[in-house]
Write a protein that binds this ligand. Structure first.
Ligand code: ADP
Ligand code: MG
Length: 716
């Protein structure tokens, strides 16, 4: 039987790749393809190095005078490692990365050439901006856009079979300075956070010159399937998800997959990917199986969020290219298989001083806890005030299929604090003593503070935003998206809340109130005002959805198209302008691009569904019917024929409906078109799928040409 061969050939072992020893990995491989500060120190004169270091560590502007020297050092370092080309490596609003390679080769005028790379090329480049989404930002001014070196993320080398390229992280902006990428607002938001949090820290006694950054560790979930299947699934190839496929008899029901034993072939892929990520200085720490069959996760140690965002993009890239070497395909889509667990990218976020003090780590002393409670309150306020922005930051056509289904958090943004921390806030609010015995908590005239347990356990997987002991875990982001936007949102909304609470604190201190009393009052008031956002229960419960919307007045922006319009609300424009992260035009452009990407994604899916049903599934069923017509008049044959005919007619009818909807535009604007897709095309696709999935269960394997979930998900 053809399909059995398919399965057997997909299950083959791939060649072993030669791997560095564990010692070598850590001592020699780690960061070997990264131009580190140490590399720079040994290659630059002291004054040049100091100037660059101050830019990298303290955010001072780049001194253009050192660019030539730094460029030369970079070129030499890269050529020693086999690089023939260089590129500004940036993150346009497509969600992926872009690079345009130039060689180091330079003519000398006498027909000879030499290698060259100057300061001006390091500082700035001009890619063809017209092919990247701009949301109309370029149209009104100039078509050109340019990339500018971001010295705060280290340069690195990307290798391919035939050579290597020096990649210089860069921002991408229009000619009049409007952000056309993911990185610019992220960098601006980091500055905004620093501007907001430092004054607060100073009130808590931090020394002058302290800087604050946000830290991020992103857990990446993904599926692996054998490459053979991938090439037989045009939907996976072109849409990244299966548009057809019945749930297998054995789904996730056995619950034996999570943290289960990892198959050898998958482990070999993982080790290979990890050693390449190590070379890029990406501190991968954890790997394990996830909930669904064929699903896995990889997580790094957290880093400063700009570097973490670059590293996350590289991680996705390396995983995808490495999987191929092992005869596998890494699927990063949020919902490649309907009815199975989706894939997320949990963003673990915190704030830290440049000295490494985690501002969301409960401390051992009352003073530390005072500060901790202050910042926690700011986060509560931020999330409650800006549920819409967090929702927008994870909104995509693909994540719409994941949110609210099979272990993914729902579209309603709420916060989980766990019972212990919630109780501490409750006690503070009511003024009842800590631990029962002692009265006089915060604000009650005594410095005695409740003991705050470290690492209060949390395993509530349905909460979109959970405190996990010393950081927040934002679980709504989707597996395929860039983490830049979620992190930008977190930085901005927390910056805003901290600014406001710091203002209140300062006013109380000026009025002569003690620090601990003043903080106590602020924590209590903030908690009372915003505690509706805290929810420790089951996020799937229908009762919660009712309570959240009707009693608590929380937002329930069910789909991306419900969320996008909020981006340019008066509140949000004012917020982003207040913190100089994005202006009104930049926000409008982003919104336009979100609608456009949604439109393109679903439009492709609608047409693919039509094509596959028409050119593969209908003919498959008809071929099987033809065989059945010729195989006698038994009860089984007659029964099967009648069932198949009924279902195939249903498929045919659903297909006519989808064809009609695909042909409709729904309107002129990107918005109208997107709504047409959501409201008419997606339901029509689903009807086609339902009929086809029923047929899949009846048609013989021999005739059904699309590999099934049963085949794809269980081959190890
Ligand atoms: P958990 O057991 O709660 O999942 P882990 O310690 O395994 O916590 O961390 C999960 C992710 O959170 C990792 O990527 C880790 O690096 C990251 N993380 C830990 N501390 C921080 C922090 N202070 N800021 C940002 N991310 C963090
Ligand atoms: Mg997790």
């Amino acid at each position: 039987m053809e399909s059995d061969f398919r399965v057997i050939s997909a299950a083959r072992q791939t060649n072993l790749v030669e791997q560095p020893s564990p010692r070598e990995l850590i001592d020699d491989v780690y960061a070997s393809d990264v131009l580190t500060l140490d590399d720079l120190r040994s290659r630059l004169s002291k004054p040049v190095f100091r100037s660059l270091q101050s830019t990298i560590e303290r955010g001072t502007p780049v001194d253009a005078g050192i660019a030539d020297t730094v460029a030369l050092a970079m070129k030499n370092w890269a050529m020693e490692r086999g690089a023939s080309h260089y590129t500004h490596w940036f993150q346009p609003l497509t969600g992926s990365t872009a690079e345009k390679h130039d060689s180091f080769l330079s003519p000398m005028g006498d027909g000879k050439v030499m290698s060259a790379f100057g300061g001006s090329e390091l500082l700035q480049a001009e890619p063809d901006a017209s092919s990247f989404p701009s949301g109309g930002l370029r149209a009104t001014f100039e078509a050109r856009g340019y990339t500018v070196w971001d010295p705060t993320s280290p340069a690195f080398i990307l290798r391919h079979s035939g050579g290597a390229t020096l990649c210089i992280p860069a921002i991408f902006a229009s000619w009049n300075g409007e952000a056309l990428d993911q990185k610019t607002p992220l960098l601006r938001s980091t500055e905004a956070l620093n501007r907001a949090v430092v004054p607060a820290l100073r009130l808590f006694g931090a020394s002058e010159g302290t800087r604050v950054i946000s830290t991020l560790g992103a857990e990446q979930e993904y599926f692996l399937i054998a490459e053979e299947f991938y090439y037989q699934r045009p939907d996976l190839m072109m849409a990244g998800r299966t548009l057809f496929g019945a749930k297998p008899p054995r789904g996730q029901e056995l619950e034996d997959h999570y943290f289960g034993n990892i198959p050898d072939r998958v482990l070999t892929f993982m080790s290979d990917a990890e050693s390449q990520l190590y070379a890029l200085g990406i501190p991968i720490k954890t790997r394990h199986k996830e909930v669904a069959p064929g699903q896995f996760e990889l997580a790094p140690i957290f880093e400063e969020s700009n570097v973490a965002a670059d590293h996350q993009q590289l991680t996705m890239q390396v995983m995808q290219s490495t999987a191929r070497r092992h005869g596998l395909v890494a699927l990063l889509h949020e919902k490649p298989f309907a009815g199975m667990n989706g894939s997320g990218k949990h963003c673990n976020w915190s704030m830290s001083t440049d000295a490494g003090e985690n501002l969301l780590e409960p401390g051992d002393t009352p003073h530390e806890n005072l500060q901790f409670l202050f910042f926690c309150s700011a986060v509560i306020k931020a999330v409650d005030d800006h549920q819409d922005l967090l929702r927008i930051s994870v909104a995509s056509a693909s994540n719409d299929h994941r949110l609210g289904a099979q272990e993914a958090p729902p579209a309603i943004i709420s916060m989980f604090f766990g019972s212990e921390l919630t109780e501490i806030f409750e006690r503070l609010e009511s003024g009842v003593g800590g631990r029962g015995e002692r009265k006089g908590l915060l604000g009650m005239g005594s410095p005695v503070l409740p003991h705050i347990p470290r690492h209060a356990g949390d395993r509530n997987r349905t909460s979109p935003f959970a405190f996990t002991g010393n950081k927040f875990e934002f679980r709504a982001p989707g597996s395929s998206q860039s983490i830049s936007l979620p992190v930008t949102m977190l930085n901005v909304i927390v910056a805003d809340a901290v600014t406001e609470l710091t203002g209140q604190l300062q006013a109380r201190l000026d009025a002569g109130t003690d620090l601990d009393k003043a903080v106590g009052e602020i924590v209590r008031e903030t908690y009372t005002q915003h505690k509706r956002i805290l929810f420790n229960g089951d996020g799937y419960d229908e009762a919660w959805h009712r309570e959240a919307e009707q009693e608590r007045g929380l937002l329930n922006l069910r789909t991306s198209l419900d969320a996008y319009p909020q981006l340019t609300s008066e509140k949000n424009v004012a917020l982003f302008e207040r913190h100089q992260v994005l202006d009104a035009r930049e926000l409008e452009a982003r919104q336009e691009i979100m609608f456009d990407i949604y439109f393109k994604t679903v439009n492709i899916e609608g047409e693919l569904t039509e094509t596959i049903a028409q050119s593969v599934l209908l003919p498959n069923t008809l071929a099987y019917l033809r065989d059945l017509y010729a195989s006698g008049q038994s009860l089984a044959v007659k029964g099967l024929i009648s069932e198949l005919e009924t279902l195939n007619d249903a498929l045919y009818q659903a297909l006519q409906e989808l064809r009609t909807q695909n042909a409709e535009l729904g309107g002129e604007s990107a918005h109208e078109k997107a709504f047409h897709l959501r409201d008419n095309v997606l339901p029509a696709m689903l009807k086609v799928r339902r009929a086809a999935d029923e047929l899949e269960k009846l048609v013989s394997d021999e005739h059904w040409k699309l590999p099934t979930y049963r085949q794809m998900l269980f081959v190890k």
